[in-house]
Write a protein that binds this ligand. Structure first.
Ligand code: GCO
Length: 265
């Protein structure tokens, strides 16, 4: 197989959960350009996301589905299989974050983050694996985080969920690797998305947000990532090029996990 073919997703059907914007949308773009048919879901109306996909020239199949609702996920998968075809690649990207000091966070808020960011990935993976077993092949990519490795004040639920998602990735790899299903994770570092825009807001005097400066000083690449930085790694983990990569979390973080951080001046 030549190098072009090994990275091609031609003829594959990829379901990106929470693919209406940000990282999920960028991965959909990459998969479309690599030849895959893109399927995505979001929790609310499809209008805005369908417009975005159309504007990007991507004939994506959109479904409204709450990944925490097992019946809704099974129904959506049945519709995908009927209207598009069997899922070859699943990207568990759907996720939320709540930034609340732990002692002020309600158990309900904690549970909601775990439910969407971790249990949702379990539910959708559980739904698509039987079809992958039938095909004799499958790729599952879980969007973890550098918070799968490190904590930070106010994001206890998100960090617990992303740590759990790292281990769910390893367990799916362990349980289904012998059936030619590869399950890996992508661990983004600080990537500019709507979800963390509040951490980059300019100050009243026009200066950069203190957290923005902090991340730039902690990252060897000396910048935040952009969603384009995730496209190549996502195609790699969805393609034949990663057929012997399993249970691995690929950190796309500019090196932040490797670096103690620049000494403050
Ligand atoms: C935060 C951020 C992070 C990043 C990302 C890092 O509040 O610290 O939102 O969680 O978004 O998850 O990988």
């Amino acid at each position: 197989m030549n190098m072009t073919d090994i990275f091609s997703l031609k003829g594959k059907i990829a379901w990106i959960t929470g693919g209406s914007y940000g990282i999920g949308f960028a991965i959909s773009q990459a998969y479309h350009e690599a030849g895959a048919t893109v399927v995505y879901n979001c929790r609310s109306a499809l209008d805005a996301s369908q417009k975005a996909y159309k504007a990007a020239g991507i004939p994506a199949h959109g479904y409204v589905c709450d990944v925490t609702d097992e019946n809704a996920v099974n129904e959506t998968l049945a519709n995908i299989e009927k209207e598009v075809g069997a899922v070859d690649i699943l990207v568990n990207n759907a996720g939320i974050i709540k930034r609340i000091p732990m002692v002020e966070m309600s158990a309900a808020d904690f549970r909601q983050v775990i439910d969407i960011d971790l249990t949702g990935a379990f539910i959708v993976s559980k739904a698509v694996i039987p079809g992958m077993l039938k095909k004799g092949a499958g790729k599952i990519i879980n969007i973890c985080s550098m918070m799968s490795e490190l904590g930070r004040e106010t994001i206890s639920a998100y960090t617990a969920a992303k740590g759990g998602l790292k281990m769910l990735t390893k367990n799916i790899a362990s349980e289904y690797g012998e059936f030619n299903i590869q399950c890996n994770g992508i661990g983004p570092g600080y990537i500019e998305t709507p979800q963390n825009a509040v951490l980059r807001e300019r100050q009243a005097d026009g200066s950069r947000h203190p957290f923005d400066n902090f991340i730039v000083a902690k990252t060897p690449a000396a910048r935040w990532g952009i969603t384009d930085d995730l496209k190549g790694p996502a195609v790699f983990l969805a393609s034949r090029a990663s057929d012997f990569v399993n249970g691995h979390i690929l950190y796309v973080d500019g090196g932040i996990l490797a670096y103690i951080g620049k000494q403050p001046k």
